[in-house]
Design a binder for this molecule. Structure first.
Ligand code: AMP
Length: 292
């Protein structure tokens, strides 16, 4: 497996490849990332992984400095998945004092966009740079970051970027907690309690399927509020729990295929993010690894 650090090296490598499937990451790999790499390999293209803790997507008060970094371990894990090339540039190398950014209005507004001003601009800017540098045929992302999927899909559509995006279902711990690099911040009691967010989302998804059509929106809005309240009573600080259209990130007003229940809430100092599909009938408690 090649590890490349400069734009020049990555361009030279790309020129020798017939096509590439790209998995953009910030490192601190867990089973979710590794699953994405294995899914990327299914395309038959060489797999490139970018490993870059992107300063542009962190607000000043966020965890950029303490974000987990474990490059040597990450490289070994990527190699074990059959990854062909890891692009791990320094911030200077990739950003080189750029002042240009990509703003995808619409799907970046509200939810994570409201909680983390500038976050999606930082994500879109770096992902578009990676697309230009590596020119992948395909790029693979996790549904775990639902709003990111919507933003990138819209960016690719609006800017006619010649890449096909593939979204992979969230890999979970045995109790249902979505795997996340930030789970290491949870204390032991918090880790035990953390699954409650996923449980609330799953209950809302169940209601999406069972609520009577005539009063669907009203029933869902009431249940979103009740779920938030229930988390609050158990010591969480909920930000939002909402049934949304995953293309637009607008609140869903009528039942339709493809809706997802998204939620974000703080437990202690850790902000947890998760979402589940509304129309999947047998969401098991175990790890879920469905592609879509
Ligand atoms: P990150 O390193 O957090 O930027 O994540 C890199 C990619 O992995 C993104 O496309 C995430 O959505 C995806 N990802 C993160 N957690 C999971 C998970 N538990 N299951 C599947 N994909 C994930």
């Amino acid at each position: 497996m090649l590890v490349l650090r400069t734009l020049q090296d990555v361009r030279a490598w790309r020129a020798t490849q017939p096509g590439v499937s790209l998995v953009p990451t910030m490192g601190a790999f867990h089973e979710g990332h590794l699953h994405l790499m294995r899914e990327a390999a299914i395309s038959g293209h060489p797999v490139a992984v970018s490993l870059f803790v992107n300063p542009l997507q962190f607000a000043p008060h966020e965890d950029l400095d303490r974000y987990p970094r474990q490059e040597a371990q990450d490289l070994a894990l990527a190699e074990a998945q059959g990854v062909n090339m890891v692009f791990a540039p320094s911030a200077n190398e990739l950003l080189h004092n750029g002042v240009t950014s990509v703003l995808v209005r619409g799907p970046s507004e509200g939810w994570e966009g409201a909680a983390r001003p500038g976050h999606f601009e930082g994500v879109a800017t770096i992902v578009l740079k990676l697309f230009h540098l590596i020119q992948p045929q395909e790029a693979v992302f996790g549904w775990k970051d639902l709003q990111q999927c919507a933003v990138l899909r819209r960016m690719v559509e609006d800017l006619d970027v010649p890449v096909s995006l593939r979204f992979i279902e969230t890999v979970r711990e045995a109790d249902g907690l979505a795997k996340s690099s930030r789970n290491v911040y949870l204390s032991e009691p918090e880790r035990y309690q953390a699954v409650e967010l996923n449980q609330e989302l799953r209950q809302l998804a169940q209601l999406c399927r069972s609520a009577p059509q005539e009063v669907w929106a009203e029933a869902i809005r009431n249940a979103e509020r009740a779920s938030s309240e229930s988390l609050r009573q158990r010591g969480w600080i909920p930000d939002y729990l909402a049934v949304v259209n995953p293309l637009t990130m607008q609140l869903a007003e009528t039942p339709q295929p493809g809706l997802r229940v998204a939620g974000a809430a703080k437990l202690g100092n850790v902000r947890l993010l998760d979402n589940v599909p509304c129309d999947e009938r047998n969401l098991s408690d175990g790890p879920s690894q469905h592609s879509s």
